[in-house]
Ligand binder design. Structure first.
Ligand code: GDP
Ligand code: MN
Length: 380
């Protein structure tokens, strides 16, 4: 689960990471009231779950009520790359001497945590990684050993932060590490982490992704739920208990099991196509689940072919086949289906599809030929 900046800062504050005092506002009047309470100058910040708000005009400095009113008016309702601003975070403006970058995430292949630190923060870190990779100091942290003060200090030196920022940076990074591990996050990122002219190190932005698998340990996360900005289709999928991730291509994908769904995404790419989504209908998928899945995919206007890839284990192929046929009678699908069924009750399933085969429902004998066919149709 992704947090908004203001929630991320509240999360940081629990771990004693220094952030600016501030408050949220959903209206222009509330923005003015917050600004008066905080004291000028303040920064008005669009709360959307996407970066680059500064460049998009979603972050403005205000020196008085009139300026707050003006900026809040402009920013509320603003569309930042498809994300509509519904809420503002207003905080005490900071003086900035330098902008750094810091983050922790998981490096799955190394089976360790990965810390990134750079003296070139504030701007696109992806761009820094591409143009000046040396400017990012990386460390791997063994989860069992943890992060020691010593190693953290060497890391800060390697990143070439200004000497006066060293103590403050070490302190924040150790706290950020605690936030990442004890706070059960998948990602914590501070960009920019700033050095003030007074020599203080401070988090000016917050990006936190919580690990949903740890939700059981954190009843307090409930307050974040319902505020998430999901796309309409993702919301529909969530309502129907489907594991759906939107992608940008033209081949809709339905598979049972996350592993098979990922392989299906891969094979579509491999044969030159582009997946429109990842959708895992899970084990034990029945006819209703297939109807739900097709309903969700059908709301995506980019979909030109729907590749259904099922390997029956607990899931029975005849059930899936019934679901496909029933869905086709109930929902007017925008794209033809290319189906591959294998595993439990595959023969019965194929028989059901065979009786209903048409240009809108194509059966293929294996995964590769089905992928090729789907991409051929989507590309045409
Ligand atoms: P992002 O563009 O979505 O990453 O939003 P950030 O919160 O990182 O803000 C973008 C940029 O706005 C920062 O890199 C700063 O340069 C600037 N900024 C944000 N808050 C302040 C502040 O309190 N004072 C000053 N002077 N600049 C700020
Ligand atoms: Mn930022």
């Amino acid at each position: 689960m992704d947090l908004f900046e203001y929630q991320g800062k509240q999360y940081f504050a629990r771990f004693d990471i220094p952030v600016s005092p501030g408050g949220v506002a959903d209206t222009v009047d509330a923005a003015v009231a917050q600004s008066e309470k905080i004291g000028y100058p303040v920064v008005i910040k669009a709360q959307v779950q996407i970066g680059g708000r500064g460049k998009a005009g979603g972050i403005k400095l205000a020196n008085n009520a009139e300026e707050t009113r003006f900026h809040a008016q402009n920013i509320l309702g603003m569309d930042i790359r498809g994300h509509i601003v519904r809420r503002l975070w207003i905080e005490k403006a900071s003086d900035i001497k330098r902008e750094y970058y810091a983050s922790f995430t998981l490096d799955r292949s190394a089976k360790k945590y990965l810390g990134l630190l750079s003296a070139k923060g504030g701007i696109d870190i992806e761009q820094v990684a591409k143009e000046d990779p040396e400017a990012i100091a990386r460390i791997h942290v063994d989860p069992v050993e943890g992060l020691s003060t010593d190693i953290c200090r060497k890391w800060v030196e390697a990143a070439k932060l200004d000497p006066e920022a060293h103590d403050g940076a070490v302190d924040i990074l150790l706290k950020l590490y605690r936030c990442y591990t004890q706070g059960d996050a998948d990602l914590v990122e501070i960009n920019p982490l700033i050095l003030t002219p007074a020599g203080k190190v401070h988090a000016l932005d917050a990006k936190v992704t919580l690990d949903d698998s740890a939700a059981e340990r954190h009843p307090e996360w409930d307050e974040y739920r319902g505020l998430e900005q999901l796309e309409e289709r993702e919301r529909l999928a969530k309502e129907k208990d489907l594991q759906y991730v939107a992608l940008s291509g033209s081949v809709g994908i339905i598979a049972n099991g996350a592993g098979l769904a990922m392989s299906t995404v891969d094979i579509v790419n491999q044969v030159g196509g582009s997946p429109a989504n990842f959708l895992d209908i899970g084990g034990g998928a029945n006819a209703q689940v297939m109807i739900n899945a097709l309903t969700v995919i059908n709301t995506d206007p980019a979909v030109k072919a729907i590749f259904i890839n099922i390997f029956g284990g607990i899931t029975r192929c005849d059930e899936v086949a019934k679901g496909i046929v029933e869905a086709m009678s109930r929902v007017e699908l925008r794209a033809p289906i290319i189906a591959r069924l294998d595993g439990t009750n595959a023969d019965q399933g194929r028989m059901i599809l065979k009786e209903n085969e048409s240009a809108r429902l194509i059966m293929m004998p294996d995964m590769l030929s089905a992928a090729k066919r789907a991409v051929e149709i989507a590309g045409a």
